[in-house]
Write a protein that binds this ligand. Structure first.
Ligand code: 13P
Length: 288
């Protein structure tokens, strides 16, 4: 059964670890992530961008697929299906389709409009027992058509949004979607400290752009209140690399190597290894 991300993130905030949000693209991705979370006895959040939602045939398909896999694979760890960087309309559509968690990204609106739209969604989510993530400041780079300039969040605005009663808060601290450029100066811990102080020690903070952040910076971010870390590109990169290797070695040309279950297996194993590595790093193993 799908659960809201509220309880798993509050426990993570109290226990000084983070729960991974791994974005999904298809059945193989979803299965790989669910099986790894189960193997490691870790709660897990499945991230779905609006683009990925469209790709997979709509939000209802995703809810059906995830619920089916939870039952069919015997998954017992807490699993949330979470809209990633949702628009206001996307948030409504996912609530309707049965998602257990929503991100409304109002960071490109004025703070007044972000507050108004976030408040309305909080009310709906509270009624239905869903978790809601809001965003202040923006995550740099591009993810599935959502482009951010990467400006750091203002701690006072973070407090205003947190006080509305959101479940978790994403705040820009110099993080970027996709690969980090070689000259990236690193996370702005000075800003994260101020945000953490402003919103208090009960509010789980979300770190987007998890791909390629050095482990030491991830650990420091967790120590300063980050309780959810989003990873997308890194799984895509290892999947592509393993699939390319299989084909370049000509394995699809020998015997029944063209069978999709064989062709996609190395990529799936690569995603599992990556998710395992991240769950270890984030400290959520054994916390289900
Ligand atoms: P990466 O693609 O950089 O891992 O970012 C994922 C993310 O933040 C999803 O919202």
């Amino acid at each position: 059964m799908l659960v809201s991300a509220k309880e798993m993130l509050q426990k993570a905030r109290e226990g000084h670890y983070a729960v991974g949000q791994f974005n999904i693209n298809n059945l193989e991705w979803t299965k790989a992530i669910l099986l790894t979370a189960q193997e490691m006895n870790s709660p897990v959040i499945l991230g779905v961008s609006e683009g990925a939602g469209k790709y997979m045939g709509g939000y209802k398909t995703i809810v059906g697929m995830v619920n089916g896999l939870i039952e069919g694979l015997g998954i017992t760890v807490p699993v949330a299906t979470h809209l990633d960087h949702g628009s206001y309309e996307g948030a409504k559509a996912c609530i309707e389709a049965g998602f257990s968690s929503i991100m409304f990204d109002g960071s490109h609106y004025s703070i007044e409009e972000n507050i108004a739209k976030t408040s309305e969604l909080i009310e709906t989510c509270n009624k239905l027992g869903l978790s809601l993530e809001a965003e202040v400041g923006s995550i740099g780079g591009e993810e599935d058509g959502v482009v951010g300039m990467g400006e750091c969040a203002d701690p006072a605005e973070c407090k205003m949004i947190a006080d509305l009663g959101v479940t978790m808060l994403a705040a820009g601290i110099g993080n970027i979607h996709g690969k980090y450029p070689a000259n990236w100066p690193g996370l702005r811990f000075d800003v994260l400290e101020k945000i953490s102080e402003a919103v208090g020690d009960k509010m789980p903070l979300v770190l987007h752009g998890g791909t390629g952040i050095p482990d030491e910076q991830v650990k420091k971010a967790i120590s300063l209140g980050v309780s959810k870390i989003n990873v997308n590109t890194e799984c895509q990169l290892v999947f592509a690399e393993a699939t390319r290797k299989y084909i370049e070695e000509g394995k699809d040309l020998s015997g029944k190597g063209f069978d999709p279950r064989k062709l996609l297996a190395p990529g799936v194993a690569a995603i599992q290894a990556k998710v395992r590595e991240k769950i270890e790093l984030f400290g959520s193993a054994g916390k289900a």
